[in-house]
Design a protein around this ligand. Structure first.
Ligand code: ELE
Length: 288
């Protein structure tokens, strides 16, 4: 079985991290079959959170450290290092980190130094998301980080460039390669990668279990296509925000609210989303 990772949404109540709701939702996802929680990722609104708020999430999951990968990458390296040191105290599985982003023209060697330095604090999973960060961390860079002594243990590839993903699998030794897009869970199995990160697993872990059970037959495709349609609906109704509603619709768990600049769905939007989700379930003959 591959590593299954949930970039968990962050429940906010009155603009503050709601630890109780995070724990209830996180435990449900793990019970549902996922192996790791990935707080403060993209879906977790990590880049919009203060380091103290990311620390709140570390606290919330302190009772299940083996199942936690905290995303610590930020534009402030001091904050990221602080969180990596805290991760060490809490003995979580690993940290993950976006590269330094926003600024253009960062030299290749600076990116290598960044990951070498951060991972000297704690084992680090590289979070490669070229569309948003502007930097593509390729296999040759990973090898240079390792050569420089960096303790990078894997990469989460949020890219549709399968060639880059396969090159990293092929040319980097002792290294976990995870897919990021929801659409690539089945591919992670069929291509012999090490696991997947899926925003849709916040609500769709039952469907994901079906993909995994059926990865070697046509039903695997059917369940993957259903998940793709749900991920499309999520985008249509409001990226990330809609996931809070989809969690409640599919699992019954109150996962709180997103925080501005993201907005909670209106009653009408939610009803319409639920209707479209039910149509998708019917189309693919899935009973939620
Ligand atoms: C996904 C990203 C990308 C999951 C995270 C993840 O949230 O940290 O909407 O497909 O661009 O890779 O959320 O989301 P989309 O790892």
């Amino acid at each position: 079985k591959l590593d299954s990772i949930t970039p968990i949404i962050t429940p906010f109540t009155d603009n503050k991290v709601d630890k109780d709701k995070a724990v209830r939702h996180g435990e449900d996802v793990l019970k549902g079959g996922m192996k790791y929680l990935f707080p403060a990722g993209t879906t977790g609104l990590g880049p919009s959170m203060a380091s103290g708020e990311k620390h709140d999430l570390l606290d919330a999951f302190a009772h299940i450290p083996d199942h936690v990968i905290l995303q610590v990458g930020s534009l402030n390296l001091e904050d990221s290092i602080y969180l990596a040191r805290e991760a060490k105290k809490y003995k979580i599985h690993a940290v993950a980190a976006l590269p330094p982003y926003y600024f253009t023209g960062m030299k290749r060697e600076w990116l290598i130094k960044y990951y070498t330095k951060l991972s000297s604090e704690y084992p680090t999973i590289i979070y490669n998301y070229p569309d948003t960060t502007g930097y593509n961390i390729t296999y040759d860079m990973v090898n240079d980080i390792k050569k420089a002594g960096g303790d990078v243990i894997g990469i989460k590839e949020t890219t549709f460039n399968m060639n880059d993903i396969l090159n990293t699998k092929m040319y980097v030794q002792d290294f976990k390669v995870y897919t990021g897009p929801d659409q690539y869970i089945l591919s992670a199995y069929r291509l012999g990668l090490d696991g997947f990160v899926s925003g849709a697993s916040n609500y769709g872990y039952k469907i994901i279990n079906k993909i995994i059970e059926n990865y070697d037959n046509k039903d695997g495709d059917r369940y993957q296509f259903l998940l793709n349609e749900l991920a499309d609906l999520s985008r249509k109704y409001g990226t990330i925000s809609s996931i809070y509603d989809m969690v409640e619709i599919m699992t019954g768990i109150d996962a709180g609210n997103p925080r501005e600049p993201f907005f909670k769905l209106s009653k009408e939007e939610r009803n319409s989303l639920e209707k479209e989700m039910n149509e998708a379930f019917k189309k693919y003959n899935f009973k939620p």
